[in-house]
Design a protein around this ligand. Structure first.
Ligand SMILES: [Ca+2]
Length: 403
């Protein structure tokens, strides 16, 4: 606890002293964590966690800067804890060498120090030379602190020595967050998926809030796939489409969990109702085929908060979501079929909630790209930053004003 307190104090002290200013003099970004690892990281509050007998080390060699960096072939390095604010964006920059894969994550904690299940995982591709990487994460609703986790890769199997140097975390404005998202997108194939012309029939209040520049509170309900979908950052893309609007995502997720769990009244209260959403987005790959449980969540939510609108979305990334290797994939949902997309569509029609065919956007993009499938993935099931960008641009296309 003492180490935790010292770390928070250090992070706050750094935050107060190192604001970065643009040429115009407006505050642009605030440095909240920075290390070149030239002094012992443990003394700065970094924590090495071994895996079995193999411990991460503070290494000496040709660093990106100076003669030191952190290194791990197993286990992880955890950064000092730093303060975060809900819905603010944080930009993480670092240099790395990876002989196989590596992973980096941002973990968030509430005021009681409890871990918030909405985390952000990023894939680090192999590189023999020092290479730079940037990723963005959003302060979770209810988050007061966060930390960065550096891990030797867990996918794919094989060599996984990771070195990291010159890591920094900055709090950035929404505009700077958008810049990060746009720079990444500029290096990717364009989005050619077109959403259906009639697509907002069951979202009148949601679309009105966006158009009128109001705050839109969305509960993202589901599993780690919905978590990845939430990490976009498509909230920033929507705010750009609808100037003045503020999209607030409450990411209500548990690993491998669907509405068969959230339909329990106690869970529904904690994960949905307590957040007074305008819109509840139900999706992911962990519904266990229980379409009635989804209906139950809709019915119970409407009974308590009649104004709430709903989106149902199907599978996106995953082992069967590459149309180039899955001949059963289709760009359209069969309204009369019996697969999961069809069941979601049919139930959405019955309940007069919005079906959003994310599967179509994802598959269309992957099918028409020249990238291997693992370009979009950080493991067998989950999207990496490229994959999340595809999901974000699919959602952006869906919500784009009709000209
Ligand atoms: Ca260094």
């Amino acid at each position: 606890m003492l180490r935790f307190a010292i770390a928070v104090v250090l992070a706050l002290a750094l935050a107060m002293t190192s604001a970065v200013y643009t040429q115009e003099g407006a505050q642009a970004a605030t440095m909240i964590l920075q290390s070149d690892f030239e002094t012992d990281p443990v003394a700065q509050g970094w924590v090495p966690t071994p895996n079995k007998d193999v411990a991460p080390v503070w290494a000496t060699g040709k660093g990106h800067s100076g003669e030191h960096y952190v290194e791990m072939s197993a286990g992880k390095w955890e950064s000092p804890t730093f303060a975060v604010k809900p819905f603010n964006f944080y930009r993480v920059d670092f240099w790395y060498q990876a002989s196989g894969s590596g992973h980096i994550a941002a973990f968030s904690y509430d005021a009681e120090g409890e871990f918030i299940a909405s985390d952000v995982y990023e894939y680090i591709a192999p590189s023999g030379q020092w290479a730079q990487k940037t990723f963005l994460f959003r302060g979770c609703n209810q988050a007061t602190t966060a930390k960065i986790i550096l891990m030797s890769g867990y996918w794919p199997q094989g060599e996984k020595l990771l070195r990291v140097d010159d890591l920094q975390v900055q709090e950035v404005s929404d505009e700077e967050g958008l810049q990060v998202a746009d720079e990444m997108w500029a290096g990717m194939p364009e989005m050619t998926w077109t959403p259906p012309a009639k697509r907002w029939e069951n979202l009148p209040k949601t679309m009105a809030k966006l158009r009128e520049g109001k705050t839109l509170k969305i509960v993202m309900l589901g599993d780690s796939i919905i978590n990845d979908t939430s990490n976009g950052p498509w909230d920033l893309l929507l705010e750009r489409l609808y100037p003045g609007s503020e999209v607030q995502l409450q990411v209500s997720v548990r690993g491998s969990t669907g509405c068969w769990y959230y339909q329990d009244p106690e869970q529904l209260k904690a994960y949905v109702l307590d957040h007074s959403p305008d819109l509840v987005w139900i999706g992911g790959i962990s519904q266990k085929g229980d379409i009635d449980a989804i209906e139950s969540v809709i019915d119970q939510t409407r009974a308590a908060q009649p104004e709430v609108e709903f989106i149902l979305s199907g599978h996106t990334c995953g082992t069967t979501s590459d149309p180039r290797s899955n001949p059963e994939w289709s760009s359209v949902t069969d309204p009369h079929g019996d697969n999961w997309r069809s069941l979601l569509y049919q139930r959405a029609e019955k309940k007069q909630v919005q079906y959003v065919d994310l599967s179509s956007g994802w598959g269309w993009y992957v099918k028409h790209s020249d990238k291997p499938y693992n370009y979009f993935m950080r493991d067998l099931l989950h999207a990496n930053d490229h994959g999340r960008m595809v999901l974000s641009r699919t959602i952006e296309a869906y919500f784009k004003p009709q000209g």
